[in-house]
Design a protein. Sequence first.
Length: 250
Amino acid sequence: MRFSTTAGDGAVDWNPVFEAISSNVNIPWLVVVDPLNGPGASGKPGNDDINYIDGTSKLNSYSNVKTIGYVRTNYGQAPLDELKANITTWSNWGTYASADVGVDGIFFDESSANFDYLNEAITFARNTFSKSITTICNFGSRAETEYYSICDVVIAFESCLNCADGPPYESQKTLSSNIPAGYESKAAVILNRLTGTSVDGKEANRGLISEYVETMKESGLGWYYFTSADYNTIDAEPATVGANVDALVA
């Protein structure tokens, strides 16, 4: 999530997220937090950014939120020592006394089909934290069933609604093609750039969002997130962060 560079503004850019979270406390959230492509080089809590500290502390005050710390695997090319160091930093922030900036899990971005690599990283993360954590593996495309045994959540599709640089989203067809049968509850979909028209000619509006979410609910999908711009944008119409909640509770 993005945040303002104005010191001491209380992470005002995150207000739409706080409002969406508090609007329905029965909806669980996995919120990926990322100061700087991971915990940042400083090693200091929140990478020494007061707005990040304020925003994450507020996220952690909600009982229906789990904050998830970002690490980049670079498709299995990031050295494991580097990955483990970032995981350790995330874990250490849980002991920060001045604010609650600890996280409840790790988001392994750019995951790839390298089971031994990912399993070692996930096992290290589970052993490093002093509590049970949630691990999210972002493959962005179909992953084999063995990965569902080590990842708590598998992002099985990440692309845009209908664009030239990625596969289009086609509702149930996409879900069936990318998620192994029986693993829907552990799978997630991220749909970026939900604008224009879908591949079957439907206008990108809140009606289409509701249609897609209803299909996801019927299929038993565990998690999803839509945005009408890039992945870290929360206020672009029609897929604002609030619209995600509205569609889910409709």
